[in-house]
Design a protein around this ligand. Sequence first.
Ligand SMILES: *[C@@H]1O[C@H](CO)[C@@H](O)[C@H](O)[C@H]1NC(C)=O
Length: 229
Amino acid sequence: MAAMISWPVLVAAFIVAASLSSQAMEASAAGGGGGGNPTAGFVKVDLTDGDFQVQRPYNVPESRRFRYRDGVRTFWVYDNDKPFNTATHTNPRTEVRLRGHDYSSGVWQFEGYGYVPSGTSGVSVMQIHNEEGAEHATILMLHVYHGVLRFYDGPAIEGAIYDRWFRLNVIHDATASTVAVYVDGDRKFSTDVIPSKSYYFKFGVYMQHRDWSRCMESQWTNVTVYTKA
Ligand SMILES: *[C@@H]1O[C@H](CO)[C@@H](O)[C@H](O)[C@H]1NC(C)=O
């Protein structure tokens, strides 16, 4: 399937990730466990509502899969929904594609407060997507399976993700080709990634290939993009 990253690439990424994240854990233990602020030194990028482009199953009105109320975006999708357009055969999704801020160098950061209700499984809730036509569709996906947030369907990033607001920060150094994931201000995971030409952020619900639930939902608020030179 076009959206899937190849296994050799993924396995290589996991091996690097495993060694990096144990170093990160040691560093954080040595430092007394303090998280620090992942956005320190970054500059906020101005986002308008128009930058939040909603993609949803092509045959239903947006209001049947997406709600934006009191600053909270709620996304849901069903396992038998259609793709987001008639040309693609990708799995069902209701997602925001952040537009107008695609980047190809520098350091970029996604911040959002997310909520995943218990029962939702087998779904990507956030992605760093490569340019259309790239060899690999993504360099990072955060999946939820049975209450655990994972890097793709591999290493666990955070257990007990259900039924609470969590702060997510994802830092992508596009020049060095590294990503780091912070949950509630603590660095939980990092890895090298395969570089591509340009990138953009997505979040919402995108059904995956195992352990999916009939309905998949996530909520997001206070989504912010940051960058630094
Ligand atoms: C989002 O931002 C508003 C305004 O700063 C704040 O009151 C609210 O608590 C934030 N939401 C979450 C889930 O952190």
